[in-house]
Design a protein around this ligand. Structure first.
Ligand SMILES: NC(=O)c1ccc[n+]([C@@H]2O[C@H](COP(=O)([O-])OP(=O)(O)OC[C@H]3O[C@@H](n4cnc5c(N)ncnc54)[C@H](OP(=O)(O)O)[C@@H]3O)[C@@H](O)[C@H]2O)c1
Length: 240
């Protein structure tokens, strides 16, 4: 039975949360990373560590295992100001944000991967906002790169889910019910989510029958907590 979930982008942020949640639940996880040493420091022997740099297609051809149940893809450019690629060149950002997804999709096709690829994206790509306009300046082309990676995945022939997240923070998860909708929302501070909560949603999307070939938006709602059954029901409602 296919049960291992791969996380690409596992050494930081949302991907790190996803890998940690899988490990905590005793579920098998493969972390596709560009530094095995860094990943070993994070996961020890609790994850299968696979070398892969999404800007180098030849490494992905080796890395992708067709028997994985799914892939959670949370890669973003790192380094530079604030460690998040701010003010890097448009080309450098595109090579990771868009090119990295393209290379991963092509490697999945080449290797015969049949699971679902759950892609992290952002709200506000189709709903104008001041925050997106500023972000698109400081991280040149972010809007196009994000839209283009989504379109590429949709046309890939793979099974996919695109998760558009609100503004990310590193607060503890589990303190808010989640708003999950099919529509896009403007990028505004009132639409926030903790990376831990986002990781939980992305993992649920790997196997949930209602979210194959769908895009969804997610951010915090009221204080509270969704049980696993409530989260599953919110995902199921997207198909209705
Ligand atoms: N920031 C926000 O408010 C916000 C809001 C909505 C959506 N988003 C979306 O969220 C995503 C970023 O999530 P995040 O902030 O949680 O992630 P993050 O902390 O920036 O982590 C990015 C991960 O990608 C990995 N990575 C970078 N280049 C790579 C490469 N060439 N090959 C393989 N792995 C590579 C990094 O590995 P290393 O450790 O090796 O660098 C790291 O593990 C983006 O898609 C962004 O558009 C962000």
């Amino acid at each position: 039975m296919r049960c291992t979930i791969a996380v690409i982008g596992a050494t930081r942020g949302t991907g790190l949360e996803a890998a940690r949640q899988l490990i905590a639940a005793g579920r098998p996880v493969a972390a596709v990373v560009r530094s095995i040493e860094k990943a070993r420091g994070l996961f020890g022997d609790k994850a299968t560590l696979v070398y892969g740099d999404v800007t180098r297609p030849e490494t992905l051809a080796q890395a992708i295992d067709p028997d994985w149940a799914g892939i959670v893809f949370t890669v973003d450019i790192t380094g530079g100001i604030a460690g998040r690629g701010m003010f890097a060149s448009r080309e450098k950002i595109r090579a990771v944000m868009y090119g990295g997804l393209v290379n991963t999709v092509e490697a999945c096709k080449q290797r015969g991967f049949k699971g679902r690829l759950v892609l992290l994206s952002t709200i506000g790509l189709t709903e104008p906002s001041t925050a997106m306009a500023i972000l698109n300046r400081v991280k040149p082309g972010l809007r196009d790169h994000s839209l283009d990676k989504g379109e590429y995945l949709k046309k890939s022939g793979l099974d996919w889910t695109i998760v558009r997240a609100g503004i990310l923070n590193d607060k503890p998860g589990g303190a808010h019910a989640l708003t999950i909708t099919a529509q896009d929302w403007p990028l505004q501070m009132r639409y926030q989510i903790a990376r831990a909560d986002l990781a939980r949603v992305m993992l649920a999307c790997v196997t949930h029958p209602a979210v194959g070939r769908r895009e969804l938006s997610v951010f915090w709602g009221e204080a509270g907590h969704d049980s696993d059954a409530e989260l599953a029901a919110k995902l199921a409602a997207l198909a209705g």
